[in-house]
Design a protein around this ligand. Structure first.
Ligand SMILES: [Zn+2]
Ligand SMILES: [Zn+2]
Length: 409
């Protein structure tokens, strides 16, 4: 049994500049700055050692990433900086990164001018290769996930209520967000490694299909959270607008809750797929007659379409007191009809991802029920083609990049 970490069979390594054997007391007595820069290191003697560069795992590092340098540019490999592993940090060698439509919106400048070069990716799963002295949630060799956030103030009313995505002082998102720890901007999962506070790491249970679990870190939590908040129950009728990465997870999660699902899609080719995924009904958004026949029938709608569209016909399909939750289209929306909203006492709501605790909850929920995304696994050189296909709605239903492909061992 090790006197430092209490674990059996771990090898401890000092950081490269530390020299000699690790003296944890010396690091801690060196003050907070020293502890943050040179915390305790443990590298498993099995598995993780072979996949990482143990000598460089704790210090600041440069890692390979894939970046867009303008709204029009194709992806190209660059080197980015990752910070040293602080006392509460973990370093993850990234195995898989999902491609979310938000990546495209960000790089195209739909939500404001990006800080190019932009390294997207907020669906991340990898292996923990280094941990700081104070880390308790992970050990080296574990699988960990990172979703859409990497930091928040931790003190405001929303953070204290496990709503870090709504931090009143500004959530630090996983990419293209001001990095309050290292300066500059954050870089996401289209990269070989990431360093993150353990608080923002999600435990990934052993034995799950890692690649197909990766989309749960955004698409899963984004659709799970409104089902929790609006308490979707067995036998209720739920509408899902858009059958892409988010929409297909919404269908799977709603099926698992015993709801009756109606899918609204723009793609005739997805009607059959919606039913295969478990929807009772699927209609084209362009089919006014079919949508009209649903008037007053739905308890809840989760709209995952990534662009604005005429929402009112779908809102009219809600029952009295029904709620329409928009999680996909985050720009300017089409107008609502006040009379119809008032007549049916309907609510229009937005919802953005979910807190860290809730993200862990959806991961555990899906692991227990073997719920996972339908994915197409690609290599980093195929990102551009995959983006083109996402924009052409030609993906069933999430691209996941195998980040270990082409990486030096
Ligand atoms: Zn996303
Ligand atoms: Zn906060």
């Amino acid at each position: 049994m090790c006197e430092f970490c209490g674990n059996l069979g771990l090898t401890h390594l000092s950081r490269p500049s530390g020299g000699g054997s690790l003296d944890r007391r010396r690091l801690i007595l060196g003050g907070a700055a020293a502890a943050a820069a040179a915390p305790f290191v443990a590298v498993s003697t099995t598995g993780a050692m072979a996949q990482s560069d143990p000598a460089g795992a704790m210090g600041p590092s440069k890692v390979r990433a894939f970046a867009a340098s303008s709204a029009e540019s194709r992806f190209a490999p660059i080197e980015i900086d990752r910070r040293a592993v602080g006392a509460s940090d973990i370093r993850i060698d990234i195995l898989y990164a999902g491609i979310c439509h938000s990546d495209i919106h960000t790089v195209k400048g739909d939500w404001g001018k990006p800080n190019y070069p932009t390294v997207p990716g907020h669906e991340i799963i990898g292996r923990v290769v280094a941990i700081g002295a104070d880390v308790t949630k992970f050990k080296v060799g574990d699988f960990a996930g990172v979703g859409c956030m990497v930091a928040s103030c931790g003190e405001c009313e929303n953070c204290l209520a496990d709503r870090e995505q709504n931090c009143l002082k500004g959530t630090t998102f996983t990419y293209d967000s001001p990095d309050k720890i290292s300066g500059g901007v954050t870089y996401g999962g289209y990269s070989d490694a990431i360093v993150v506070s353990e608080k923002f790491g999600i435990r990934i249970p052993p034995g799950v299909d890692l690649a197909a679990f990766t989309p749960l870190l955004c698409a899963g939590i984004t659709t799970y959270s409104p089902m929790q908040h609006w308490q979707l129950r067995r036998g209720q009728n739920v509408g899902v607008v858009g059958l892409g990465g988010l929409g297909h997870m919404a269908v799977k999660l709603a099926v698992s809750r015993g709801a009756e699902i109606t899918v609204f899609t723009t793609s005739p080719g997805k009607i059959d797929d919606a039913k295969r995924l478990g929807a009772k009904n699927a209609v084209l958004l362009s089919d006014a007659g079919a949508i009209g026949s649903l008037f007053g029938s739905l308890d809840l709608v989760i709209s995952t379409a990534p662009e604005a569209y005429q929402m009112m016909p779908v809102i009219n399909a809600l029952k009295l007191d029904g709620t329409f939750v928009n999680v996909g289209a985050l720009g300017q929306l089409e107008s609502l009809n006040g009379m119809m909203m008032a007549f049916g006492r309907k609510s229009f709501a937005g919802s953005m991802i979910g807190g860290i605790a809730e993200t862990q909850e959806v991961i555990d929920y899906c692991a227990a029920r073997n719920i996972k995304a339908d994915i197409e696994l690609i290599t980093p050189d195929q990102i551009d083609r995959a983006w083109d296909r996402v924009m052409a709605k030609d993906v069933r239903y999430r691209f996941v990049i195998d980040m270990s492909a082409g990486r030096k061992a």
